[in-house]
Write a protein that binds this ligand. Structure first.
Ligand code: G6P
Length: 472
């Protein structure tokens, strides 16, 4: 990896970086390495390569690390003014762009693009400019720069203007909005976003569906000529089978399985295990956790034979809690889970086991135990949980999958697919999953795992890099 001052040949840029710091009471800094596809993907190029990951300092710990000059080689944290970052990240990226691409607005009242929005948009531009400048300063001649996600949609265009010699890629980890929905944005902002991405040599998506939606937006808003200088790529990130299988069998996961089995409880006095419906998500509006709970309630209501015999294991980890709408959603998840437990719970049976404290080892324990996986997002770029559970599951796991998840393109054939808004349909799908014959379940799980791991993160990353280097 390069030192932060020399020229790099491979640069990655993202809002959230691979490492974060927390400030302890005694003043020391704790470093924590993150996971995810990008972290594993980048590992493919090895620690010797002259690579640099440019990211934001997020929170007080990161900012203190930057001030003290603490850091890792190969990682450059930008200490962008906290208010400016909040306007760009909370205000524009997560409250506007995320909402547009996931179609989350309740349109009779939202969105309202007023002068406060324009002010925040200015912050988003400055934030993107800070990244573009940092990349331009650190990139070696003809280097490859891989810009990530909706936080940095303007970077490719800005960077192209500063450094025409670079090979610039952009990757969207989200869906892309259909053109009629994208047009909720003011025309000038919509065009600016498209032109920002079109500044890249390659702009890439997780599925063909999102790539086509982007191309439609460009054609409709900017004209077909606009697509001439940019190639649109599709790279469907898969699960990291080797990592998952090894990690899922460490002792901390075994311990969590014992605890979890205790929480689930036996189905009958003879000790046969209860069936489990597992979901693991960030508590994210697009993940549709509340309707998942309502579908489970519908199952218990309409098919009483499942009472006492099944448990919904739902892990909903805190996310974006600076935003009121996320805090309200988190409270709603808790409220509906409590309601179901009050309505149906008995002395020996808790129908919903809800955990909200992030614990990766416990998530893996749930993956191993799952009889049914519930992945029912309103809209999702890919959804890696749908790909991870079949890889780790021990007795074969039936997958109930929303047709609006990017993963549906690869897994749809062997999943039981649902319309995420249809609570009765989802309850029926859960029943179908719970009653799927064991042999059928194993057969499908094997195929799901094979499809899910077809493009592991390292290959996913290298494919993009190679394709980018071949441009022009
Ligand atoms: C999605 C986005 C990522 C983001 C992640 C977590 O997967 O595509 O860019 O990092 O959510 O969200 P957060 O706001 O916590 O970074």
């Amino acid at each position: 990896m390069v030192s932060e001052h020399s020229a790099a040949q491979i640069l990655v840029a993202s809002n959230r970086g691979p490492i974060s710091y927390t400030l302890r009471d005694d003043g020391a800094l704790d470093a924590r390495r993150g996971g995810g596809g990008l972290v594993s993907g980048l590992s493919a190029i090895g620690s010797e390569a002259d690579a640099l990951w440019v990211c934001s300092a997020l929170g007080d710990g990161d900012r203190e690390a930057v001030r003290r000059g603490v850091g890792e080689s190969g990682v450059l944290m930008l200490d962008i003014d906290a208010d400016l970052h909040a306007d760009a990240y909370n205000g524009i990226a997560n409250s506007v762009l995320w909402f547009i691409h996931h179609m989350l607005y309740q349109t009779p009242l939202e969105p309202v693009f007023d002068d406060e929005f324009r002010r925040q948009w200015g912050a988003y531009e400055s934030y993107n400019r800070a990244f573009a400048q940092a990349l331009a300063d650190r990139a070696g001649d003809g280097a490859a720069v891989l810009v990530q996600d909706y936080h940095l949609a303007l970077v490719p265009g800005m960077l192209r203007a500063l450094r025409p010699d670079l090979k610039i890629g952009h990757f969207s980890h989200t869906p892309w909005a259909p053109v009629d929905y994208f047009r909720l944005l003011p025309d000038d902002i919509a065009s600016q976003l498209l032109r920002g991405l079109l500044g890249a040599d390659r702009t890439c998506f997780l599925t063909r569906r999102w790539a086509d939606a982007f191309a439609d937006c460009c054609t409709e808003l900017l004209g077909p000529e606009s697509l001439k200088g940019t190639r649109i790529g599709v790279h469907g990130l898969g699960a990291d089978a080797d990592f998952l299988r090894e990690r899922a069998h460490r002792s901390d996961v075994d311990e969590r399985m014992v605890t979890l089995r205790g929480e689930i409880g036996p189905a009958d006095p003879a000790g046969a295990a209860r069936r489990t419906i597992v979901r693991v998500d960030r508590t994210e509006l697009s993940k549709n956790i509340v309707r998942g709970l309502l579908a489970y309630r519908q199952l218990l209501r309409s098919r009483p034979e499942w009472r006492e015999r099944v448990v919904h294991v739902a892990f909903a980890y805190p996310s974006r809690q600076d935003l009121a709408v996320y805090r309200e959603y988190t409270a709603e998840v808790q409220r509906v889970a409590d309601e179901i437990n009050e309505e149906y719970g008995t002395a020996g049976w808790t129908p919903v086991v809800l955990h909200v404290k992030d614990d990766f080892a416990r998530s893996l324990a749930a993956y191993r135990l799952a009889d049914v996986a519930l992945v029912n997002p309103i809209r999702d770029g890919m959804n890696l949980v749908a790909k991870e559970i079949p890889v780790v599951s021990e007795q074969g796991c039936a997958l109930v999958l929303s047709r609006e998840a990017g993963a549906y393109e690869e897994l749809g054939e062997d999943a039981i697919t649902v319309n995420p808004y249809d609570v009765v349909g989802t309850a029926d799908a859960l029943h179908e999953a719970l009653t799927m014959p064991a042999a059928e379940r194993s057969r499908r799980t094997e195929r799901l795992a094979a499809a899910a791991t077809a493009l592991p993160p390292q290959r996913w990353f290298l494919d993009q890099l190679e394709a980018l280097r071949e441009e022009r």
